[in-house]
Design a protein around this ligand. Structure first.
Ligand code: CMC
Length: 425
């Protein structure tokens, strides 16, 4: 249609180009041919679609999140994390035989080479588990040098299985090391999330047997589903960028982990818990909200989102999961503070007018805490399921006709000048 174009005019030359709007975007190549040497200036990619993707759909105004077309609510309620990982990676839900094969493959790749334990042993006693995870996943590339062969799809699919399977093992080893406990090997009789809990907590202190509670394993599985992908966020962009240089999937995943490690990305749920602990009592909720509004209390952690201008659909599901978990683990007074905080904020003009709603991090930390995870593990818990999303994007990027990611810059430094010998400076 004629009106589905944008016209760009170079006022220096009077030349114009009509650029069709396709899938909500316009091709930047039009500007390149109209005005060579003029670049879009878009730090933080606020207005740039860096790729086309068929994996995750997100409508922030309407509060919609879908993986491969399936609403997140239906997946969280009816699917398992491994089914969702398959969906993200292959584009379709598995049938029964495919799911059985996939589950078998993942289960039988959960062990890591014994030398990996030696790396973990080499970390300082108080090393952050996220630093350990990023480093050990990078080290895996040296165990599987064939992973460099990005043209061999069968070989790549094997690396995907290894990554999805081994991340929980690396994560649990990182935790066990940090608390001075012996590593627990994977248990191939347990499903994915239950196996992770078993590697984390077995045996209980005092040598008592550890039985995975199915309600808690299911809750963790739901959290894994909700965190599996979120289209072009910072870590996924890192994954695609490093992958575009044709680095192997382990090295690219290590880069994505490093991006996730940043407090602006994977660390907000920890900040929520600190905030709830600082508030301390229900009576302090209203004064705290006032302090946020006046600017003296910082931000309301776990509220607001760059993309969602509505209730984050993941937050709704996590809130429900929190109630199920607390029914097993016992009551946590911080939940009451969180509920009251949400109620007060959602009735307040400051938050309403700015479209600030709870995001995925508002309730997830409370669940992790109830499951017994120390705060340092929260970002690690994000990285485990996000690995399937990262790999789905890595594979999609390879399948598309992609060039190496290489943005331009607007140079604002000094013009040419002559070198000044040291004695003259
Ligand atoms: N508490 C109080 N005010 C807020 C908050 C908040 N949490 N978030 C945004 N605002 C205000 C902000 O002060 C600004 O007000 P004004 O227009 O008067 O200056 C307005 O809302 C717009 O804020 P912004 O900083 O321009 O929004 P942004 O899209 O750049 O930031 C955000 C998004 C997530 C960084 C921000 O909302 C925030 O800092 N939230 C708290 C931290 C948090 O929960 N982070 C987790 C995000 S979800 C992670 C994920 O999906 O992976």
């Amino acid at each position: 249609m004629a009106d589905e174009t944008i016209t760009i005019t170079d006022n220096r030359t009077g030349k114009s180009v009509d650029v069709p709007i396709v899938n909500g975007g316009i091709d930047s190549g039009a500007l390149r041919s109209l005005a060579p040497g003029v670049w879009f200036h878009d730090p933080a990619f606020m207005t740039t679609a860096a790729c086309s993707s068929a994996i995750t759909f997100l409508d922030g105004d309407a509060g919609i999140l879908r993986y491969r077309g399936y609403p997140i609510e239906q997946l969280a309620e009816q699917a398992s994390y491994l089914e969702v990982a398959y969906l993200l990676l292959k584009g379709e839900l598995p049938d029964a035989a495919q799911l059985e094969q996939w589950t078998h493959d993942i289960t039988y790749h959960t062990f890591v080479h014994e030398n990996v334990k030696k790396f973990v042993d080499g970390f300082h006693y108080d090393a952050h588990p996220m630093g350990i995870l990023a480093s050990t996943v990078a080290a895996l590339s040296t165990f599987y040098p064939e992973a460099k062969n990005l043209n061999d799809v069968a070989c790549l699919e094997k690396q995907i299985v290894r990554l999805v399977a081994k991340m929980p093992t690396l994560a649990a080893f990182a935790h066990r090391f940090s608390v001075g406990m012996p590593y627990v090997y994977p248990d191939n009789d347990l499903p994915y999330s239950a196996n992770f809990l078993s590697m984390m907590w077995k045996p209980r202190s005092g040598g008592k047997a550890y039985e995975v509670d199915p309600v808690l394993a299911k809750a963790l599985d739901v959290l894994f589903i909700l965190h599996a992908d979120h289209e072009q966020n910072c870590s996924t962009t890192a994954m695609r960028t490093v992958g575009s240089a044709h680095a192997d999937p382990y090295s690219a995943t290590a880069a994505a982990c490093s991006a996730l490690y940043g407090p602006r990305h994977g660390g907000a749920n920890e900040a929520v818990l600190h905030m709830l602990q600082d508030i301390g009592t229900l009576d302090n909720v209203e004064p705290f909200v006032q302090s946020v509004k006046s600017g003296s209390g910082g931000r309301l952690q776990g509220f607001g989102h760059r993309v969602y201008k509505n209730y984050d659909p993941r937050a709704k599901l996590i809130k429900r999961t929190a109630e199920e978990v607390f029914a097993v683990t016992g009551y946590n007074p911080l939940l009451d503070i969180a509920l009251k905080l949400e109620e007060v904020a959602l009735q307040d003009e400051y938050f309403v007018s700015r479209k600030l709603y709870p995001n995925v991090d508002f309730y997830s930390g409370l669940i992790y805490m109830a499951l017994g995870f120390p705060m340092e593990m929260f970002t690690v818990l994000f990285a485990i399921p996000r690995t399937s999303g990262w790999m789905a994007h890595f594979m999609e990027m390879l399948q598309q006709e992609s060039k190496i990611a290489r943005p331009r810059q607007l140079y604002i430094g000094v013009d040419e000048r002559a070198y000044v010998p040291l004695e003259d400076r």
